[in-house]
Write a protein that binds this ligand. Structure first.
Ligand code: G3H
Ligand code: 13P
Ligand code: ZN
Ligand code: NA
Length: 283
């Protein structure tokens, strides 16, 4: 009983809140994310990168998510994060994903449109939602000049042309965030976000949200972000907890005794994110 991501994001777009696009790395991530979302009665978008699918195995992803959502009352979407090709996306759709991202943001504008459009046609045919990306989400932004920013960040007029030409359900934009850990404080271009939101008037996605302050995330939501991708913060919660346990109990060998607390640490961090994004009690 997965739902299309578009249904979840339309409500968020209408009511000005954001839903977590939370990355699964293993069973404990899946269980921790579901526990946090269920406790706060929040919709959630479970997502796997292509690397995570290789690590876990596609059959395991599908069966674990099936088990995790069997008796749940919250809306859950299963989403491919940063799909790199039409073939990779079709594999996920055939396996049962309810949403996919095509990331052709490194290709020239016309090619990005062409590939995204092809994915949208195939996915929408079978009720699967599509996220695409325009602009460069990447390195740290602190020392970029205005000209470099204009080249890397999403252009509002191009965004309008892109969503009209492709028919995507959600657009990931570049306004200064980066994947992974930040060196220094990220500086987000909220003016650009507001302009993009006004002109496209549809769900907007923020990648690289780990390491962005709660205040900045809330400002981003206020200006129209409806999906916030988090992976690194949960990886750090899990691993930090395990390091603490190992430091204290050097003789410990039962994985349940450190993966269990790691899973609880993820659930706590998930709840913190959900409250920041305002998706609690929106299920
Ligand atoms: O956007 C990518 C995610 O943060 C995780 O990517 O699983 O390939 O490390 P990865
Ligand atoms: P972080 O690395 O900041 O958690 O970003 C995750 C992400 O954007 C997944 O698509
Ligand atoms: Zn991302
Ligand atoms: Na980040």
């Amino acid at each position: 009983n997965l739902v299309p991501m578009a249904d979840i994001l339309q409500d968020a777009h209408q009511k000005t809140y954001a839903v977590g696009g939370f990355n699964i790395n293993n069973m404990e991530f899946l269980q921790g994310i579901m526990q946090g979302a269920e406790e706060l009665n929040s919709p959630v978008i479970l997502q796997t990168s292509e690397g995570a699918i290789r690590y876990i195995g596609m059959d395991y992803v599908i069966k674990m998510v099936e088990a995790a959502t069997k008796n749940t009352k919250i809306p859950v979407a299963l989403h491919l994060d940063h799909g790199s090709s039409f073939e990779s996306i079709m594999k996920c759709i055939r396996a049962g994903y309810s949403s996919v991202m095509i990331d052709a943001s490194k290709k020239p504008f016309a090619e990005n449109i062409e590939l995204t459009k092809k994915v949208v046609e195939a996915a929408h045919n079978v009720g699967v939602s599509v996220e695409a990306e325009l602009g460069t989400i990447g390195g740290t932004e602190d020392d970029h000049t205005v000209e470099e920013k204009d080249a890397m960040y999403t252009d509002p007029d191009q965004a309008k042309e892109f969503v009209e030409a492709t028919g995507v359900d959600a657009l990931a934009i570049a306004i200064g965030t980066a994947h992974g850990v930040y060196v220094g404080e990220p500086e987000l271009d909220f003016d650009r976000l507001a302009k993009i939101k006004k002109i496209i008037d549809m769900p907007v996605v923020l990648h690289g949200a780990s390491g962005v302050s709660a205040a900045d995330l809330q400002t981003a939501v206020k200006y129209g972000v409806n999906k916030v991708n988090v992976n690194t913060d949960f990886q750090q919660s899990f691993t930090t907890k395990i390091r603490e346990i190992f430091a204290e109990k050097t003789e410990l060998y039962d994985p349940r005794k450190y993966c269990g607390p790691g899973r609880d640490a993820i659930a706590e961090k998930v709840k913190e994110k959900i409250k920041t994004l305002g998706s609690n009690d929106k299920a």
